[in-house]
Design a protein around this ligand. Structure first.
Ligand code: NAP
Length: 336
């Protein structure tokens, strides 16, 4: 069975996902494209998907009976309306993060999905599909290190553009940790705090960089995440879990160990796209498989909501400097 996919938003990640569907993944073909900039779509038709039809209106793409499933890879503020339209049309939808730009927007999607009576939404959080995080979770779940007590994490980028703002360290960067750490620990957040160390001279004048986010989970585990987006040296993701009887650490990406010029070295990646490239493949293949099987697995609309609630608390904590509670309703039985 081949799933006919429509893609809304043919910018950087949309184009990557279209390439994946066309050249790497199985049982999927891109048949419909929409972007606010029609030239983007035309370029993709010319280079990757000659048979795809270009739509001037995203809602028409969603409602085309030929389209079985939709990828929403447009600008974040457009996601909520497109995902709601997919649910209304009864179509499976893979939505890049954020599911919506506000927690209330995510809740609107949760409620629409529950009212529709079946899960249709997968959120594009790819880290649970990364082989390193999966291996780390397997160790935690095996009980080999006992109950997790503390996590030390870091999310470092070599540099960011001038348009990157202090709150984006939460909403664009930390958001991946906020999702994957809940999944890793099978836990939710109870409170957050953000503290600002001495600022790097490499950051633009309006950006506070680095930041340290302190999270407490409902089971009492403590997590510190360093976000440092002008670290210069590379794109570096770290996660160390301290348990009652041992420590488990996220594996480093595979890199040849080099002995040369009186040095022993391995390469550190600088491009975020390369760090999780395999995880993106696995994530999107999982979505296609879910559409075929009719059963959604992976990051759900509820997970998108939970990440948004925690992100809102972190942004509030950036301003207040205090400990901010993370308050969420109980997880609906629909998502258990
Ligand atoms: P991008 O390069 O700016 O692409 C977004 C595309 O959507 C652009 O072509 C944009 O057109 C188009 N667009 C904007 N409004 C639209 C509308 N109303 N209808 C249809 N198309 C519209 O951004 P990106 O880097 O691909 O990011 C897209 C989304 O993916 C963001 O939400 C981002 O957070 C997420 N993302 C996730 C990951 C991940 O690791 N999971 C990585 C990267 C991005 P214009 O350029 O003309 O505005």
């Amino acid at each position: 069975m081949t799933i006919n996919i429509g893609v809304i938003g043919t910018g950087a990640i949309g184009r990557e996902h279209i390439r994946r569907c066309s050249t790497v993944l199985q049982n999927a073909r891109v048949v419909a494209l929409n972007d606010i900039n029609r030239d983007n779509c035309q370029q993709i038709v010319d280079e990757l998907t000659p048979e795809a039809r270009i739509y001037d209106n995203a809602i028409d793409l969603i409602n085309d009976p030929q389209v079985n499933a939709v990828l929403v890879t447009s600008w974040g503020p457009t996601h909520e309306a497109f995902v709601l339209a997919c649910i209304e049309a009864g179509k499976a939808v893979f939505c890049e993060k954020p599911l919506a730009v506000t927690a209330q927007g995510c809740m609107n999607i949760v409620e629409a999905e529950i009212n529709a009576g079946r899960q249709l939404v997968q959120v594009g959080f790819m880290r649970p599909y990364d082989s390193g995080y999966r291996a780390l979770k397997a160790v935690i779940d095996s009980g080999e290190i006992g109950e997790p007590l503390m996590l030390h994490c870091a999310h470092r980028n070599p540099e960011v553009g001038d348009s990157y703002t202090t709150d984006m360290a939460i909403t664009d960067t930390l958001i991946h940790e906020l999702d994957v750490l809940r999944w890793l620990l099978n836990d939710d957040y109870a409170s957050v705090q953000v503290i600002f160390p001495r600022k790097t001279r490499k950051a633009s004048s309006h950006l506070r960089d680095p930041q340290i986010v302190l999270l407490e989970t409902t089971k009492g585990a403590r997590i510190d995440v360093e976000i440092f987006v002008n670290c210069e040296y590379g794109y570096d993701i770290q996660c160390e879990v301290v348990g009652e009887s041992g420590i488990a650490r996220l594996p480093e990406p595979v890199s040849v160990q080099l002995r040369s010029a009186a040095k022993l070295s391995t390469t550190i990646l600088t491009d975020w796209k390369k760090r999780f490239i395999d995880a993106y493949d696995v994530e999107l293949q999982a979505f296609i498989n879910n559409v075929i099987s009719g059963e959604m697995t992976g990051p759900s609309a509820w997970d998108g909501y939970a990440a948004a609630v925690a992100a809102d608390a972190c942004v509030a904590a950036q301003t207040s400097g205090g400990i901010v509670p993370v308050t969420m309703p109980a997880r609906p039985a629909f998502y258990r």
